[in-house]
Design a protein around this ligand. Structure first.
Ligand code: ADP
Ligand code: MG
Length: 233
């Protein structure tokens, strides 16, 4: 039997949103997401673009299990999440999703290594080997040489690389990034995008929310959201 052609092997779906609506109660009600369907397979690298107020953060909060749809379904790794209790959703989030935000969110009076290890302390999981795994994550983002620095002594681009290390240290199914280069100059933006390319090549699944063309052009796939409606391409 010949080896199957890897390009034709169908990867499992990490994200499956079906007909999701999110309505915020107001007068009149705000339809922040309107009948959104989206599938993301393992290893996909997707950019979500759209103007301010279009529903990007609402979509990110939904995908990150920080918010629940008003209607519709959301399967993460094949698990229907909309009806799960809060505690189950929190555990699922901790195990399967790594977040990267615009403003890094590193703890100031901790070293770079401690900042990455903290993701494992709060996330539970085995105690042994935390340091090794944190060091391995720092190596993957090229920050080994800064392991004992406090975040204040790092550049913005370096801080974001540490935040990425923290996001991937538990080997999440999904890396969710909200304007990850919003606080970076163009050179550091390029370095973070190079890092995303490497992570994608290592098999990570990446969803990046952005309004910057420099960022969305690098992804393998783009969807656009306007007034809560998602369109591909
Ligand atoms: P984006 O991130 O693309 O700027 P958002 O997802 O934050 O857009 O918001 C989409 C729409 O939903 C906007 O009209 C916003 O005002 C509205 N919205 C967001 N959160 C709430 C909320 N908690 N209550 C009422 N309206 C909200
Ligand atoms: Mg937003």
């Amino acid at each position: 039997m010949p080896e199957p052609d890897r390009s034709t092997v169908t990867e499992p779906e990490v994200i499956r949103l079906h007909d999701v609506c999110r309505v915020f109660p107001a007068e009149p009600p705000v339809h922040a997401l309107s009948h959104v369907s989206l599938r993301v397979r393992r290893g996909d690298y997707l950019a979500v673009v759209g103007p301010s107020g279009s529903g990007k953060s609402t979509l990110l909060n939904t995908l990150g299990l920080l918010d629940r749809p008003t209607s519709g379904s959301y399967e993460l790794d094949g698990i229907e999440t909309t009806g799960l209790r809060d505690g189950t959703r929190t555990r699922l989030r901790g195990h399967r999703i790594g977040f990267v935000f615009q403003s890094f969110h590193l703890l100031p009076r901790r070293t770079v290594l401690e900042n990455v290890m903290i993701a494992m302390i709060y996330g539970g999981g085995p105690r042994s080997g935390r340091r090794d795994r944190a060091e391995a994550a720092l190596a993957r983002v090229g920050m080994t040489h800064r392991a004992n620095f406090p975040p204040e002594r790092l550049s913005g681009g370096e801080r974001q690389r540490v935040a990425v290390a923290r996001a991937i240290v538990r080997q999440p199914s999904l890396l969710l990034c909200d304007e990850p280069t919003g606080n970076l100059d163009s050179r550091n933006t390029g370095l973070i995008l190079d890092l995303f390319d490497e992570l994608r090549d290592q098999g990570h699944t990446i969803v990046v929310i952005t309004h910057e063309d420099q960022v969305s052009e690098r992804a393998d796939r783009r969807v656009r959201i306007i007034d809560g409606t998602l369109t591909e391409g």
